[in-house]
Each structure stands twice: as structure tokens, then as C-alpha cells.
Design a protein around this ligand. Structure first.
Ligand code: ADP
Ligand code: ASP
Ligand code: MG
Length: 836
């Protein structure tokens, strides 16, 4: 007995925070619950709002105030639905579930009412906004507390507004450490003493006037460290959907590596400079404590993540991490009058402070005749006005030339404790930038010597970060490649090919490739841990019934918005697979900029204008992204693969020629077997070989696109000619039904043509020829015994004439259409990206 009590007293307290992505849906909450249950010893759980909820609540309120109150109603409805769904999934029937459902209803209703009231006032004060948004965390904590209880862990929800004391700056309140400590101890210790796990909503607190405040976006990290400090915890764990703190934002620097350990002050700098992984002020409460903070992967709890502590490791790396703050403006006050005049800097920053603004970094021009600082671009106008007022006299007297604000810049901070003792760090940073022709607009060296920061045009920020990352060899840091280096696949378009792909990706048994999201025109489904095969198959069944993803448990969003949302979740080695038949060029450019590699089955983005083709490939090259498109030509046949292997082995491909249309192949070989033209076309449609309107195939346009893709591969940069169409001219413009009705009028002509060729031992084939100088596609009579003449049905064949295979071309042949073989081609591309 006595022994047990000491053991109990000794078990150190931990504070765990679950981020929004860790609470995305019922599966995620179950996983969080199982982690908590497996933990022995006292624990406080801090939770964020469910993934996407904070954004939605803010957006709904903003739109309501902008005159669209129905937007707030829609947000309220989806808020209610998501929380109800969790309650039904996680809590058994009974009073606890009923209470949870009732509170989700009440919170949603209240949100709607307040938003509508504010819409009437046409004003969204930060204070009202905090009241609205606080319910995200409050509702999530209620769900988690009940789910824990349902799973047999003693837990109780404790509202953070009852003990996190802050100042009155709504929207970005600063905590009062001392008051919070007293209140938190009173609120939480009695529960802990009874073996109960308090579940606390993160992000919120209360102002001196008793109104609810929020701690700024990402603020639940700060709640966790505040609670840890208040209770003297041994450890804080932040469960996130990233592997830990990486050397740089993985979306900007694909080579970013997991940092096994970081010094508290280094982590504070990284957070302060905008690495979204930690709230900028999250480390302040840990200052001068020995509390260790761990950032760990929710998806891979067995991995160690990043330790933030007061140890010093990685001594051979003077620089350990980079952080980028985007959306900034550089404001400068310039003038000869500034030189040597004491107090100018003080007056500058006093004016900014009086305006309630805070600067992120202070810069100095080399001439010393200006003072500059950065702050969020949206605040630049206010800052300029404040400075112009403050220096009115100097401006009039010509001592100050002017106040200038330059928006569209980013600040990059280069962080590492070892910088102080290592000469030449700044030189290395700036020579790496100069080598890449990155234009540095301003430079600052932090007084702590823990960081060097510089300002660049926003468009050059990624490039700058990559260059500095490479200059300090941060990709060699010990923590290894981030998130287990899985390759996360996002499917654009969700139809038959996607279904085949889902089945195959499941079968490879290769855990490295996961399908994490699917998009269609209605919206998307996304799970950063991968969508299970069962879930994908259920989605496919739903689509067969005519439903869209947004209605199948997904969210509605435009494809652009969906990609941004997905990319924001640190998807590991993301690959976007385009399975549509649309003009997706702009979306693909966006995807590349968001860090996606591309795999295309869609021909259109590669077979449009030469300029559009070049734009896509060069955007990919300059973002170091890779593009694969084996499935665009010959589905699963290794056509492009063969081309590459020939080139790699030093051969030169002179010409690629063959039959690449399954539909046309089917129709033409049926004619030889005695079918009529109209009959063969109808049959191709019934069997699903042709497009719904067979003229899309008969026109040769699709075959020509494939030819153009091949010609471009061979170096052709000209325009696409027109394909020679097999659609009889008079029938081209008719409605589909009329077209099919009148097609038999042309059967005789076709029969004669086939017979004439047959008498000469030849057959008709639709042949595409690609060379470095051009492409053509049209009907051709070839000897029956030739490889092309011997093709039958929907089979494809391509022959490569190269320097080495000049007299006898190299031939690739096989089934060239159908969902399974197309999926195989795509999977091959994905695997090749994954293994590089
Ligand atoms: P939480 O679920 O706790 O709210 P966040 O989404 O706030 O987690 O934090 C993870 C995000 O931070 C990821 O989207 C990741 O891309 C981004 N990020 C930016 N810089 C870094 C970095 N240096 N290390 C890890 N993640 C980073
Ligand atoms: N839910 C809040 C946000 O999205 C706080 C947090 O997640 O930490 O900013
Ligand atoms: Mg966060």
C-alpha cells in the first residue's frame, strides 16, 4: 500500500495537446483516446478545435457581417453535424450522449444567432469574434472528455476560460502567468489528485472584464505550455500531423529533415519567425523551467519526434533550422536627418506601439540612413500613417524624406545557437543567395546571435529557403527523413480508374504509398493518415450511385481550395494524380507551387499549346517537382519508360509510330472480320471502349494528343496539326442520336475500301507518327503481316526507330485501354517517384 502511494506521487505529470488534425473525425478521436488510455500516470489533455472548424467559424462570421448571413447558418449546420456525428460514433446511448448532442445543438444555434446579430450591426469586433470562435475548442473538449469516459478513463472537462487569465487584447491575448498559475492549480489539482484526467479546451482564456479571449491562431500550443508551467509538469507533448519540428517547412523545402532535438531558445526563434508548427509564444511559459516539450507524430506515436529542452546537441550544425514569414511588408523611414539623430528609432517604434501594432523584425539599411521593420502587410497602411503623423515636422523640414511601405515580401530567419561561435555564417548565407540570384532586400542580425534574418520578395522565398538549407547541409541532420517518408497520393477525379488504383495500391502491401485524399468537382475527402481501402471502395460505390464526394462524408470546396487545405497538413512527399479529362493546367501549376509531384493520366494539360506545355514543365523544374505521365500514352504499357531507358543508355529516338487508340483499333479490325462500320462503332460504344460520343475517338483528336505528347518528348516544340477524322463530314455536326442513325449510309463506302486493301494484302489502321519535327495522325493501309497490321481489338502498339534500332524498330505492344491497365501505369509512375 505504502509502496503504491510513493509510486503514485513519483509519476511525473504530463500535459498533452491534440491538434486539430488529430481530431479530424471519429477514427482520429478514437486514436487519441487510445493514446491517452495507454498512458500511465497523471495527465492533462488540451484540445484544439476539430480540423478546419476555427477557419470555418471565422469565415462564416466574416461573410455574415459582409452581408451574407446565410453563410453563418451553413457553418452552424456543419458544426452541429460534425459534433453530432462524433457524439454518435464515440459515446454510447445514454445521458452523456444526450448532453453532448444537446450542447452541439445549442452551440450551433448560438453561433448562428450571434453571427446574425452582428450581421445586422455590420460589425465584427475582435471581442465578438472571440466569443464565436471559442466554441470550436469548447465543443471539441466536450467530445474528447466524453469519449475518454466512454472508453473507461476517468476524465472531466474543465473550461480554460475559468483559469487562463489574459489581458484584454481580444484575438491575440497575452496570458498573465502568475494569475493563471494560481487559478489553474485550484481548478486542476483536485481532479488530478483523484486520478481524473482534466480535458481542457486550448486557445481560449478570459480577459480582466470576464469576456472570453483567444490567444492567437494556433494558441492551443500555448495553453498546453501554460498549464505545464502552472502545474510544474515534467513534460508537454504536442501531438501533430507532422513528424516533429523539421529543419524547414516541408512544403517549401522538400529536403527538410526531422530535428531530433532543439534547444528551447532555438525553438522559440523558429516559432516566433512563423514556422506554423509552434505557436509563436508557446515557449515563453517554459522559459527558465526544466519542462521538456515534445512535438510528436500523431500518425506514428512510436516515433520519437522532436525534443525541445535545455540540452545542446548537434554541435556540428551552427544553423539548425529556417523559418519563413510570408505576407509581410517592409516599412522604412528614410532620410539624411536620421543620421546620428538620437531618439529617431525610439520615436519610430513608440509610434508603432501606440497604434497597437507590433513589428516582427527590425532591419537596418547599410547606409544607416533609414530604419526599417516588417509587419503583416495588412497592417502596413496603418503603420505608415502613424509614422507620417509622428514625423510630420521632420517631413515638412525635409529631414525625413518619407515613409515607404513595400508589401509582398517575406522574412526568412536562419536559426541556430552555434552561429554565435562560428565565423562566416552570414557570409555563407548570403553567398548561397547570391549564387542563386536571390535579391536580398534587407538584413538583420538578431541581438541574441541566435538568428540572422533577411527580407526577400515573396516569390523568391522558397528558392531562398532551399538554397540556405542546402548551404548548411541541413538535409544531413540526424533525425532522418520526415514522416516515415511515405508517399502521399491525392487523386484528382474519382471514377473507375481511381477505384482500380485504390484496389492495387492496397495490394502492393507497400505501406509507403498511401492515398490520403480524393477530389471531385463537389469537394474532397482527406485523411492525413491515409484513406483505408475499405473507405475508398465505399466512396467508389457511392459515386456509382451518382453521389459526389462532398455528399459522401467529404467537404465541399473548389479544387484549388482543397489542394491548399491538404497541402497545409504537411502531407509527406505529396503526389497529385490527375485522372480527369479536363483542362487542369492552372490547377497543376498551383499544385506544383504547393509542393506536389505530378502523375498524369489526363492528356489535356500536356497536349494543349506549346506555351502551356512549357509553362507546366518549367514550373515543375523550378520548384524541383517531378512530372510523370506514362498513362497518357498506352495506359499501362511502358512507352515513356522505354523512351527514357533508350535515352539514358545513350541512344537517340528518331521516330515513334503506331496505334494508340483502342476504339479505332477495335472498329478497324472488326471491319476486316466482316462487320459494318456503323455496327462496329455501336459495338465499341456498348462495350465501353469508346467515349459516350464515339465521334471524340473517331475524330482522331485523342490519338493525336497522344502523338503530340510523344513528339514533344522527342523535342518537338511546334503546334499541333489537325487529326484526320474518320467522322463522315456531313455527320459531324449532328446530335448523337441522329449521327448513329445516319451512320449506316457510309457502311458501303467503308466496305469497298476495306475490300480494295484486302485484295492487295493490306489492312487499314489509324496510325500516329511522332518525330522531333512534328506529329501526324491518320488512316493508313499497311501489310496484313506487319506488326501493326497484325494488331487486333483494342490492343496498342508503338514502334521506336532509334539510332541503334534503325532497321528493325523496337516494339512495345499490349492492351492500351481500360481502368485496370491505366491504373497500373499510374501506380508505376507513383512507385518510381516514391523510390527516388
Ligand atoms: P496542430 O495540429 O498542432 O495545430 P499545425 O498544423 O499547427 O499543428 O502545425 C503543423 C504545420 O506546420 C504543418 O502544416 C507544417 O507544414 C508546418 N510547418 C512549418 N514549418 C515547419 C517546421 N519547421 N517543422 C514542421 N512543420 C512545419
Ligand atoms: N483552433 C485554433 C486555430 O485553428 C487554435 C489551435 O488549433 O491551436 O488556430
Ligand atoms: Mg496549430
Amino acid at each position: 500500500m505504502a509502496k503504491r502511494r510513493t509510486a503514485k506521487r513519483r509519476a511525473p505529470l504530463e500535459v498533452w495537446k491534440f491538434g486539430g488534425a488529430s481530431l479530424a473525425d471519429a477514427t482520429a478521436v478514437r486514436h487519441a483516446v487510445s493514446l491517452v488510455r495507454a498512458h500511465r500516470g497523471p495527465l492533462v489533455v488540451v484540445v484544439s478545435a476539430l480540423a478546419g472548424v476555427t477557419d470555418a467559424l471565422l469565415e462564416g462570421a466574416r461573410r455574415a457581417v459582409a452581408g451574407r448571413p446565410e453563410a453563418a447558418s451553413a457553418v452552424a449546420a456543419s458544426f452541429r453535424r460534425r459534433h453530432r456525428e462524433l457524439a454518435l460514433a464515440l459515446v454510447p446511448r445514454g445521458p452523456a450522449r444526450r448532453a453532448l448532442l444537446a450542447s452541439a445543438d445549442a452551440q450551433a444555434r448560438e453561433y448562428e444567432e450571434i453571427a446574425h446579430a452582428m450581421a445586422a450591426l455590420a460589425d465584427l469586433s475582435p471581442r465578438a469574434s472571440d466569443t464565436l470562435v471559442a466554441r470550436g475548442e469548447r465543443a471539441a473538449s466536450a467530445v474528447v472528455a466524453s469519449a475518454l469516459q466512454a472508453a473507461g478513463r476517468r476524465a472531466a472537462r474543465v473550461d480554460a476560460a475559468g483559469f487562463v487569465a489574459t489581458d484584454g487584447r481580444h484575438g491575440s491575448a497575452a496570458p498573465d502567468l502568475k494569475a493563471t498559475r494560481t487559478h489553474a492549480r485550484r481548478a486542476l489539482r483536485p481532479l488530478l489528485a483523484r486520478g481524473i484526467t482534466p480535458v481542457v479546451p486550448g486557445f481560449i482564456g478570459s480577459a480582466p472584464d470576464g469576456t472570453v479571449t483567444t490567444l492567437g491562431r494556433g494558441g492551443s500550443d500555448l495553453t498546453a505550455t501554460l498549464v505545464a508551467r502552472a502545474l510544474g509538469a515534467a513534460r508537454v507533448v504536442l501531438w501533430k500531423d507532422v513528424a516533429g519540428i523539421l529543419t524547414a517547412d516541408p512544403r517549401a523545402v522538400p529536403d527538410a529533415r526531422l530535428l531530433p532535438q532543439l534547444d528551447q531558445r532555438e525553438a522559440a526563434e523558429v516559432a516566433y519567425f512563423g514556422a506554423k508548427v509552434l505557436h509563436p509564444r508557446a515557449l515563453i511559459p517554459l522559459d527558465a523551467t526544466r519542462i521538456v516539450l515534445h512535438v510528436r507524430s500523431f500518425a506514428h506515436p512510436e516515433r520519437p519526434g522532436t525534443e525541445v529542452s535545455t540540452r545542446s546537441t548537434l554541435a556540428s550544425y551552427p544553423v539548425k533550422a529556417l523559418a519563413t514569414v510570408r505576407g509581410q511588408a517592409l516599412v522604412t523611414v528614410a532620410g539624411k536627418g536620421l543620421m546620428g539623430v538620437p531618439g529617431m528609432a525610439a520615436r519610430t517604434f513608440a509610434a508603432i506601439h501606440a497604434e497597437g501594432l507590433s513589428v516582427s523584425t527590425i532591419f537596418q539599411s547599410s547606409s544607416e540612413s533609414s530604419i526599417g521593420f516588417t509587419l503583416p502587410a495588412v497592417e502596413a497602411a496603418r503603420a505608415s500613417a502613424a509614422l507620417e503623423a509622428a514625423f510630420r515636422d521632420e517631413l515638412a523640414a525635409g529631414l525625413v524624406d518619407g515613409v515607404n511601405a513595400r508589401a509582398g515580401v517575406a522574412v526568412i530567419a536562419v536559426v541556430g545557437r552555434g552561429m554565435a561561435g562560428t565565423p562566416g555564417v552570414a557570409a555563407r548565407v548570403f553567398s548561397a543567395l547570391a549564387a542563386g540570384r536571390v535579391n536580398v532586400i534587407a538584413i538583420a542580425q538578431g541581438s541574441s546571435e541566435l538568428n540572422i534574418s533577411f527580407v526577400v520578395e515573396e516569390g523568391q522565398a522558397r528558392d531562398a529557403a532551399r538554397r540556405v538549407h542546402a548551404a548548411f547541409q541541413l538535409s544531413k541532420i540526424g533525425g532522418g527523413r520526415p514522416p516515415g517518408r511515405s508517399t502521399d497520393v491525392v487523386l484528382l477525379g474519382f471514377g473507375r480508374v481511381a477505384r482500380a488504383l485504390a484496389a492495387m495500391a492496397g495490394r502492393t502491401g507497400d505501406g509507403r504509398i498511401r492515398i490520403v485524399a480524393a477530389l471531385d468537382r463537389s469537394g474532397y475527402v482527406f485523411d492525413p493518415r491515409g484513406l483505408s481501402r475499405g473507405r475508398l471502395l465505399r466512396l467508389a460505390a457511392g459515386k456509382d450511385r451518382g453521389a459526389l464526394l462532398a455528399g459522401l462524408g467529404g467537404r465541399s470546396a473548389s479544387a484549388h481550395a482543397a489542394l491548399h487545405e491538404i497541402a497545409a497538413h504537411a502531407v509527406s512527399r505529396p503526389v497529385l494524380v490527375d485522372l480527369t479529362a479536363e483542362e487542369t493546367g492552372d490547377l497543376l501549376l498551383d499544385a506544383v507551387a504547393q509542393g506536389f509531384d505530378l502523375v498524369l493520366a489526363n492528356k489535356k494539360p500536356l497536349a494543349g499549346s506549346a506555351a502551356a506545355y512549357q509553362r507546366l514543365l518549367s514550373a515543375a523544374a523550378s520548384a524541383s517537382r517531378r512530372v510523370r505521365y506514362e498513362a497518357t500514352v498506352g495506359a499501362g504499357l511502358p512507352v515513356i519508360d522505354t523512351f527514357r531507358k533508350l535515352v539514358e543508355s545513350g541512344d537517340r529516338v528518331l521516330r515513334v509510330e503506331g496505334c494508340v487508340s483502342g476504339t479505332l483499333g477495335y472498329v478497324l479490325s472488326a471491319l476486316e472480320a466482316g462487320a459494318t462500320f456503323s455496327g462496329a462503332v455501336r459495338e465499341a460504344v456498348t462495350r465501353g471502349y469508346a467515349e459516350p460520343d464515339p465521334r471524340d475517338d473517331l475524330s482522331g483528336a485523342d490519338a493525336l494528343r497522344k502523338g503530340l505528347i510523344l513528339a514533344r518528348l522527342l523535342g518537338y516544340s511546334g503546334m499541333a496539326p489537325r487529326a484526320k477524322s474518320l467522322v463522315p463530314k456531313p455527320l459531324a455536326g449532328l446530335p448523337l442520336a441522329r449521327f448513329l442513325e445516319r451512320l449506316p449510309e457510309h457502311d458501303d463506302a467503308w466496305r469497298r475500301r476495306v475490300a480494295t486493301e484486302a485484295a492487295r494484302g493490306r489492312v487499314l489502321r489509324y496510325v500516329v507518327v511522332a518525330t522531333p519535327r512534328g506529329v501526324r495522325a491518320g488512316l493508313k493501309a499497311v501489310p496484313r503481316g506487319s506488326p501493326i497490321g497484325a494488331l487486333s481489338g483494342t490492343r496498342n502498339l508503338l514502334s521506336f526507330t532509334t539510332r541503334r534500332y534503325r532497321t528493325e524498330p523496337l516494339v512495345v505492344a499490349g492492351p492500351g485501354a481500360g481502368p485496370e491497365v491505366t491504373a497500373a501505369g499510374i501506380l508505376n509512375d507513383i512507385q518510381s517517384l516514391a523510390s527516388e
